[in-house]
Ligand binder design. Structure first.
Ligand SMILES: *Cc1c(COP(=O)(O)O)cnc(C)c1O
Length: 391
């Protein structure tokens, strides 16, 4: 503490001092529990992509500052990916920006597009960096809560419309949605798009789980809806799609004026990042459809192992239509406080999970929900399921 007794962390960010993930990961280490808390895979992505990174590094590609917007090979590959999967056409030179993961893309977008006092309507529960990035930008977050309904968490479109005021600058959307596993339907997305056009709002859409959709659910980018391409900043990442979360290669696709604004901020956050990895991700994006299909299928099998284990252990399971997380309700176990439950779970069952309440402003609304990650090897998930059943 300084002599003035003023806290070091500023007021805007005071509430974000510590995260539950550090505490839970420390608990996992201390107890030897299986860590299904944080969402990172326990096996690396495709060998040929790893080799592409080694090759780039050996060949001296990307070992020095890459170009500010990202290497041309990667920007071309990102544009190619949007066209191939969604029919969206972006100019690699003016409409694509490479970032240090989706995290930087989110922060740079909000810092670029918000004035202090602007309201941001976001789906609650939200990925933890959203609240912090909105706060850093001096914005005000306005949650619209996804509520349990029919075995999943659903968006109430009337609540969404009611959340938009004269001060709303942008909608921050995430589909497939972490932590609930909700995939917004085409009808829901069409309604969001109509609202954005009618109220002249910008939209930032986090689509990092775009390739992880199950049971016939379909990922439809918001930018494909009428009137949306020019007002939407779409965010993707290699971390989740190719199982290289440590590489931190993400991207933004948007109209030139929006990309220019986000790039203005990005240049002073990291300037550039991940040089050799950018070349490798360019190759990854060009992998055949079979890669994406196999990836999806392998995660689906893992989802089913963990979901079945959780159900047998007595949790109410919200079967996710996307992402690699499953949200559960602990009330059937006679519990109601996810924080207390997750703090005790490593000792009780040898498994680590995360209380969804950390993703809510309204902690009460999130209290009984707990999230488990299933991006782990099948034998690890089977062991976790076994331990939970024995609890
Ligand atoms: C993991 C995750 C991110 C961060 O992606 P990085 O590319 O690792 O920065 C962003 N949004 C959501 C919803 C995520 O789950």
């Amino acid at each position: 503490m300084t002599s003035s007794a003023r806290p070091f962390l500023n007021r805007r960010l005071a509430e974000f001092g510590t995260t539950i993930f550090a505490e839970m990961s420390a608990l996992a280490v201390a107890t030897g529990a299986i860590n299904l808390g944080q969402g990172f895979p326990d096996t690396d992505g495709p060998e040929e992509v790893r080799e592409a990174a080694v090759r780039a590094l050996r060949d001296g590609r990307g070992n020095q500052y890459p170009p500010g917007p990202g290497v041309p090979e990667l920007r071309t590959a990102i544009a190619g990916h949007q066209l191939r999967h969604y029919g969206l056409s972006y100019d690699p030179d003016t409409e694509v920006l490479v970032t240090a993961g989706a995290t930087e893309a989110i922060a740079a977008s909000l810092l670029a597009l918000l004035e202090p006092g602007d309201e941001v309507v976001a789906l609650e529960p939200y990925y933890d960096s959203y609240a912090a990035s909105i706060a850093m930008a001096g914005g005000t977050r306005v949650p619209v809560t996804l509520r349990p309904h029919d075995g999943g968490f659903r968006l109430d479109l009337d609540e969404l419309r009611a959340a938009v005021t004269g001060r709303t600058r942008l909608l921050l959307v995430n589909t497939p949605h972490n932590p609930t596993g909700t995939v917004l339907t085409r009808a829901e997305l069409a309604a969001i798009a109509e609202l954005a056009v009618e109220r002249d709002l910008l939209v930032v859409t986090d689509e990092v789980y775009e390739h992880l959709v199950f049971d016939g659910a379909e990922h439809v980018p918001l930018a494909t809806f009428p009137g949306m391409r020019e007002r939407t900043v779409t965010i993707g990442s290699a971390g989740k799609t190719f199982s290289f979360t440590g590489w931190k290669v993400g991207w933004v696709t948007a109209a030139p004026e929006l990309v220019r604004a986000v790039r203005s901020v990005k240049q002073f956050l990291t300037y550039v990042s991940s040089g050799p990895f950018q070349y490798a991700v360019a190759e990854a994006l060009a992998l055949p459809d079979s890669y994406f299909e196999d990836f999806r299928r392998s995660m689906l099998a893992r989802r089913d192992i963990l979901a079945a284990g959780l159900a047998e252990a007595g949790f109410e399971v919200f079967r996710p239509a996307g992402t690699y997380f499953v949200t559960t309700d602990i009330r059937p176990l006679g519990e109601k406080d996810g924080f207390a439950f997750c703090r005790a779970l490593p000792e009780r069952a040898g498994v680590v999970a995360v209380p969804n309440a950390v993703f809510y402003d309204d902690r009460e609304a999130g209290a009984p929900f707990v999230r488990f990650a299933f991006c782990k090897r099948e034998e690890v998930l089977r062991e976790a399921a076994q331990r939970l059943r024995a609890m």
